[in-house]
Structure formats: C-alpha cells, structure tokens
Design a protein around this ligand. Sequence first.
Ligand code: ACO
Length: 422
Amino acid sequence: MVDKKAKISFQEKNIEVPIIEGTMGKPAIDARKLDQKGFLSYDPGFTSTASCSSAITYVDGENSTLLYRGYPIEQLAEHCDFLDVAYLLFNGELPKPLAKEKYQGIINSHNLLHDQINNIYRGYRRDAHPMAVMIGVVGSMSAFYFDDMNINNLKHRRQSAYRLLAKMPTIAAWSYTYSLGLPFIYPKYDVGYGDNFLNMMFSVPNKPYQVNPVLSKAFEKILILHADHEQNASTSTVRLVGSTGANPFACIASGIASLWGPAHGGANEATLKMLSEIKNESRIGDYIKRAKDKDDDFRLMGFGHRVYRNHDPRAEIMKKTCHDILDELGLNNEPLFKLANTLERIALEDEYFIEKKLYPNVDFYSGIVMRALGIPNSMFTAVFALARTAGWIAHWNEMMTSAENKIGRPRQIYTGKTRRNL
Ligand code: ACO
C-alpha cells in the first residue's frame, strides 16, 4: 500500500496524518494520533467520520449502491431468502446447500423462549408499544444467558448469534399477540424463518392459518432489505455498547432502542401515520409546504437519507414489491398506495427536494407492503428490528475480532464556563 499522508497546518503547527483506504469508497484521514499532536476532530452526527473498518456492507450513496459482502442488494433480494443473507453477513459467504440446511436446523432449534420469559411479558401493560416490550425482553435475555458465556470465544459468540436471530421472531410476534390478549403461538421447527413469524403473528389456536406464498416472499424481501446498512445509528449503538464488553443481549437491546426513533427505523410507522393524516391528494400541497417551512418541525417521513443523496436502491425494490403485493391481493386501487405515489411524484418535482437531494427511502414503501400483509403499524419497526438483528450480530462479532477494537469514547469541544472559584 502507498504511504499517503495529508497535511494539516494551523498557526505554527504543521502536521502530517496518514490516509487510510479501503477496497472501495472514500479515503479517510487517520485521526487516531491527532490528540497527541494537539488537535481533536469535530464531527457531531458523525457525518464525515469512519468509526471503524468493516468488511460486511458497502454503501455508496452517490451511486445508489448497497452491497452485502460484495453482493448487490438487488441480486440478493431476487435470489436469496433471509437466512441466506443472515448467514452471509455473519460468515462472509453464502451457505452451500448442506450448510444452509444445517443452519436452518440450528436456528429453528433455538426459536423457543425460556418459559420464564412468558412472565416478563405479563408484567407489561397490554397497550405497551411492541418496541418497548422488545427492548425489555431482549435485554432481559442477558439474565438467562450469561454464566457460560465468554464473548472472546468465537463458539460462544456464534451461540449468542444463533439465539438472537432464532428468538427474535418469537419475541416480536409475542409482543403483538400479548397486546391483543391472545395466547402466545409457539414457533415451529419445520417452518421457514419469515413464515414462522407470520404464523406466530396471525394464527390462533381455534383457526388454521396458511401463509400465502406471494406474501411470504414479499416478507422475506422486507427482511433482506433491512438486514444491514453499515454504520447506521442502531448498528453504531450496538458497536459502542459492545465495545465495553457488555453482554450481547444487552447490546442488541440497545440497538433496538436506537432503531425505534422516527429518524431511523421508526420512519416506516411514521410514514403510514403521515399518509393517514394527509388522507387525500388535495391536502398534499399543504404538507409539502409544511415540510419546507423552517419554522415547522414537520418532515416528510420516508424521505431523505444520511448517506443516499441519490435514490435509495432498497426503495426501488420495495416499490416493485409493493406493486406485486397489491396486484396479488387485488388492492391496486388502495387509496394509501395511490396517495403515496402522488406524494412521491409531487415531492420529486419540487425544487426544495431536488436541491436537497431528498428521495424516498426504503421505509416510504415498506410500511405500505407491511400493511398489505396485515401487519399493524405498531409492528413495522419491530419487523425492522428482527431483520436488522442479522446485521447487528454480524457487526458485533466483527468488532469483537478486530485488533482495532477499543472502548468507544468520543471527545468533545468544551463550551462551558472556564475555571472559576466559588
Ligand atoms: N423532509 C423535509 N426536509 C428534509 C427532510 C424531510 N424528510 N429530510 C431532510 N430535510 C432537509 C433538512 O431540513 C435539512 O435542511 P437545511 O439544509 O435547510 O437545514 C436538509 O434537508 C438536510 O437534512 P439533515 O437533517 O441535515 O440530514 P440528515 O442526514 O441529518 O438526516 C434523515 C437524514 C434523518 C433521514 C432525514 O432526512 C429525515 O429526518 N428524514 C425523515 C425520516 C426518515 O424517513 N427516516 C428514515 C431514514 S432511513 C432508515 O432508517 C431505514
């Protein structure tokens, strides 16, 4: 590798800092030794900061590219199921048929929850948000799996990863059925990952439930598209908490908490809420006006992205899936979908959105697809969380093996009072 350096000059100081380059993407100024040279770097929101090096996911916002372990998201969404992708994210390669069968068997053998966890659910109010319940239940799993776990041992980390991935659909589905006062439906051993979740969500003991294969495929796509997105807020949260050596279930609970916010994973729920509020096309203009008004904190939900300054490749796939699902269900004239289409068109023609490069993100359409699948609004972010668990555990594992791993501890520019006496 060529030894490249950047020069920083300030007042009397002239320093050289190394440049780090990955296999793709922008080069970075190595700021690790800046402190010793009398400087800090300042970057609230980490808009220009690479917090780690990672070989898992590559996002190129300018060219609308998303690769998991080098594979384009479009190809993965077309040819793989979610477990293929979860395996790929963690292990670096897609599973061969035998390995896939074994992996599926391991995941399905871990999908039950400790019976004592049923009691944890019963401590919640019935109207609690599923994300609030999930944070609590996943966090409390650290009280069930701790004494035989050494997070520096790959075998133990794998075991935690299996448990998390396998149990998440059960945890998420039960947070919904609990809110309805319905009995918990147990996961099955011989059913696919997504179908197991749908079955636990929608079947009841007194009525058979059959998962429609078209809907099942669409659901797998939602999971694949949301499985990872490099150092987003929730993944960075998992890494930061993990950097302290915390229990992995506690790390993932922190990721769920971070995902919940409307600026991140909560955007799918917020988009549907916004569309229901807009109600009809004649009111779109008012909402666009509000979104552009500096004195109004309203934002067009499902629009904009920190990294994609061109279109979000996941949004394209989701939009197509949305069409397929509405076709299958005969819901082409579904008013919310028509409203979403018109809103998208008007926003994309608007100078403000063009100039600020604000395009629909994956969550603009994923909410409509989930609604068509019968998943209630309050569960949208929970579905996102179960998909993103695949990414979180892959990043946590990668971080634990990295020689660069250090406790995450940002610095600050102090703007308070200078020293004074009482
Ligand atoms: N509606 C109206 N204006 C917007 C929107 C929006 N959705 N998003 C950004 N802007 C404006 C901002 O007001 C800002 O304007 P200014 O330059 O005049 O101050 C400019 O565009 C840049 O926005 P920032 O907030 O600086 O961009 P940032 O990268 O910090 O935020 C974010 C990205 C949080 C996604 C933002 O676009 C947003 O809030 N979108 C709506 C929520 C959403 O859909 N989130 C989902 C993200 S995708 C995901 O998590 C899967």
